[in-house]
Design a protein around this ligand. Structure first.
Ligand code: ATP
Ligand code: MG
Length: 361
């Protein structure tokens, strides 16, 4: 089912928890609502669920405006961070609970429950109580309870945040696979950019209640349109350096404290058109910089090296500005060593310091 939000807002007194958000979720897609704590993710989800009534704007499920539809009439399944399983009921009773309200024949209920339990692999646990399950198992039970009604829309609010790191990665893949197999339109809340990147077809990035980006993960990563999006997506995060566009002898360079980065070809033309002498913020991701001992675009000093296993995370200082680089596992240099950084010209981002808008895309 296609979901469309049109100028949707929710105010709590003076707080604009959700501020004029418009998005379309195509049928069968998996959309992540991503953003820092307090940006309005849960409030938006609760409006979709019918628990909060929008202050202004409309929510459409397919062709139908559902603003006034009660939660029980919306055909949604929901999973919360806390799972919210009924502790005194068995796993089986928890899973079939949503069907009890529908007065379906007993054999239909039993068949669907077993199908669901099989789907999320909790067949062997049906007689247990939630308290006798691990976090991951509880999460699966909550998921099957949300899915048993065969909802048109699945809403997930930080469903993985209570799990340990390893299980979270496993459940990430499981939920994504399940969503693709069932083809059910899904909206997933997370503050974890990696979770959003790995799971979602599309990411809605929110900040202070406002939608600041709505695009496919690789677009958001490769071509962030604002400084906020560039900072929020990616780990370790993008590096930012204050620089000036310098025109000299017909050539163009990015220059700053300890930085002299000549440009050529298409990128030089683009940067030149922004205006010589202009102060901008250069953004470059840690994987798009290489460290060498001879010459480069910037002089840097090694601050500390953090081995990540597959790569080395090298923390450096370019004058007073910290810069992080992902280097090959063989990288080695003493603390305090002077090195040179070279930046991949095809991967640089420039932002206006006032408007914080991207200038190159
Ligand atoms: N019932 C409420 N009454 C008043 N203010 C609220 C209420 N619910 C949320 N808010 C405020 O609205 C804003 C958005 O809250 P929301 O819970 O949607 O954020 P969130 O993005 O889900 O954050 P988190 O990642 O911490 O869960 C916050 O400033 C919050 O304090
Ligand atoms: Mg929340």
């Amino acid at each position: 089912m296609e979901i469309a939000l049109d100028n949707l807002s929710k105010h709590f007194g003076k707080v604009k928890a959700v501020d004029e958000v418009s998005i379309k979720v195509p049928d069968g897609e998996f959309v992540a609502l991503l953003g820092p704590s307090g940006c309005g993710k849960t409030t938006l989800l609760l409006m979709l669920a019918g628990i909060y009534k929008p202050t202004t704007g409309t929510i459409r499920f397919g062709e139908k405006v559902v603003n006034d539809l009660l939660p029980k009439d919306r055909k949604i399944g929901m999973v919360f961070q806390s799972y919210a399983l009924y502790p005194h009921m068995s796993v089986y009773e928890n899973i079939v609970f949503p069907l009890r309200l529908q007065r379906l024949p007993a054999n239909v209920v039993r068949d669907r429950a077993h199908k669901m339990a099989e789907l999320v692999q909790v067949q062997g646990l049906l007689d247990r109580k939630p308290g006798q399950l691990s976090g991951g198992q509880q999460q699966r039970v909550a998921l099957s309870r949300a899915l048993i009604k065969e909802p048109d829309l699945l809403l997930l609010d930080e469903p993985l945040s209570n799990l340990d790191a390893k299980l979270r990665i496993a459940m990430r893949a499981e939920i994504k696979r399940l969503q693709k197999d069932l083809g059910i339109t899904t909206i997933f809340v997370t503050h974890d950019q990696l979770e959003a990147m790995t799971m979602a077809d599309r990411i809605a990035l929110l900040n202070n209640g406002k939608l600041v980006a709505y695009s496919q993960p690789h677009d958001l990563y490769d071509r962030p349109k604002t400084l906020f999006a560039a900072e929020f997506i990616g780990s370790p995060p993008m590096n930012f350096l204050r620089i000036r566009i310098e025109e000299k002898d017909g050539g163009v360079a990015l220059a700053g404290e300890g930085i002299q980065m000549p440009l050529a070809g298409e990128i030089a033309q683009k940067v030149k058109s922004l205006g010589g002498g202009r102060e901008v913020i250069l953004g470059i991701r840690p994987e798009d910089i290489t460290v060498a001992t001879d010459s480069g675009d910037a002089k840097a000093e090694v601050y500390i090296i953090e081995p990540l296993g597959r790569d080395m995370l090298v923390d450096l200082h370019v004058q007073a500005t910290p810069v992080r680089v992902l280097a090959p596992p063989t990288f080695n240099a003493p603390i305090g060593a002077s090195v040179a950084l070279t930046m991949d010209r095809t991967k640089i981002h420039l932002f206006d310091p006032q408007t914080e808008q991207a200038l190159l895309n």
